[in-house]
Design a protein around this ligand. Structure first.
Ligand code: ZN
Length: 322
């Protein structure tokens, strides 16, 4: 009699005991929220190969646990076979095999290929805000690289060190992408060095260090340049992109000017201040820290009434209204 379904004698479900990834056809799949039972169930269904003449198949799978790592799938198949209603029962034994996936074993073995070193400069160290941001960017990039198929895209360790941050990574490719992303976001200079550490399968094995030295200026810094106030909006190679506070005019500033221009404050430190009274050129505001009255130059185009709030940055030259 024709069999409606064929299946292997035993189905093996290979799961990483560390991260929960599942190996399918030799490739590790990202873990999802499936339980071991759900994976066993899925594997039984995948292992089942239905006869091509079976139409309108209806399959019911019942999973039974028969040991610590063993399940049995009882499967009822119903359908229409060459014009006749048919049904069949089959049983598939399933074995759960727990191993460490390649990524997890590399991580456990302290494997790494590159280190991204983020450092401040002679004038300033990295701020805590920058450190936290960089940690988050690093984690996001490692995760997306892994989802994109680079199984060495992982962070071995993140260390806060004097003057900055060391990010130790499973892959050089990830290190290079990450270092470039940091330079794009924060500006600065990138220096890559490599060291021969041994051989693997007769190929030279290198470890690379990617040093990112952050520039003096930070995104959001308010600078006084050619008689006007600007804030730093980005970096392009060695030049700093600045935007005028009042007109929103964008221009670029040379490397030399970026090293010497006066920094008044940073937009990220802005606070809300209540307007007490107003004039054509001046706003009287309440100092958000001391609650005393203070004066600030009024931006020409700013429509604001007493009792409303404005965003201000405290500088050595008094308040700047954003
Ligand atoms: Zn794993």
């Amino acid at each position: 009699m024709t069999k409606l379904a064929s299946f292997p004698n035993m189905v093996e479900v290979v799961i990483c005991s560390v991260c929960g990834s599942r190996q399918i056809k030799g490739r590790w799949q990202l873990p999802d929220s499936s339980s071991v039972e759900e994976l066993a169930y899925q594997a039984a269904e995948e292992a089942l190969c239905l006869h091509e003449d079976l139409s309108e198949p209806h399959i019911e799978v019942d999973l039974r646990k028969i040991g610590a790592t063993r399940y049995q799938a009882d499967i009822d198949i119903q359908g229409n076979f060459r014009g006749q209603g048919v049904s069949e029962h089959c049983e598939i034994p399933i074995r759960i095999k727990m191993v460490a996936c390649e990524r997890c074993s590399r991580m456990a073995g302290k494997y790494f290929e590159s280190t991204v070193q983020l450092r401040g400069n002679a004038v300033r160290s990295m701020t805590q805000r920058e450190i936290e941001e960089c940690k988050k960017i690093a984690q996001d990039m490692a995760d997306s690289g892994y989802r994109g198929g680079d199984y060495l895209s992982f962070i071995q360790e993140i260390k806060e060190v004097k003057g900055g941050l060391d990010i130790i990574l499973g892959s050089t490719q990830l290190g290079r992408r990450m270092a470039r992303a940091f330079v794009e976001r924060y500006g600065g200079k990138l220096l890559e060095t490599a060291k021969l550490v041994g051989k693997k399968d007769s190929r030279d094995l290198y470890r690379s260090t990617l040093l990112v030295r952050l520039p003096r200026l930070r995104r959001g810094d308010i600078v006084s340049y050619r008689g006007a106030h600007y804030f730093v909006t980005g970096f392009d190679g060695k030049t700093t992109i600045i935007t005028s506070l009042r007109e929103g005019r964008r221009c670029s500033m040379s490397e030399e000017s970026s090293e010497t221009v006066g920094v008044l404050g940073n937009k990220n430190d802005a606070k809300a201040a209540m307007v007490i009274s107003e004039d054509d050129d001046v706003l009287e505001i309440m100092d958000p820290e001391t609650f005393r009255a203070a004066l600030a130059a009024r931006p020409r185009d700013l429509a604001v009434k007493p009792g409303e709030e404005v965003s201000v940055v405290r500088t050595a030259d008094g308040f700047i209204v954003l």
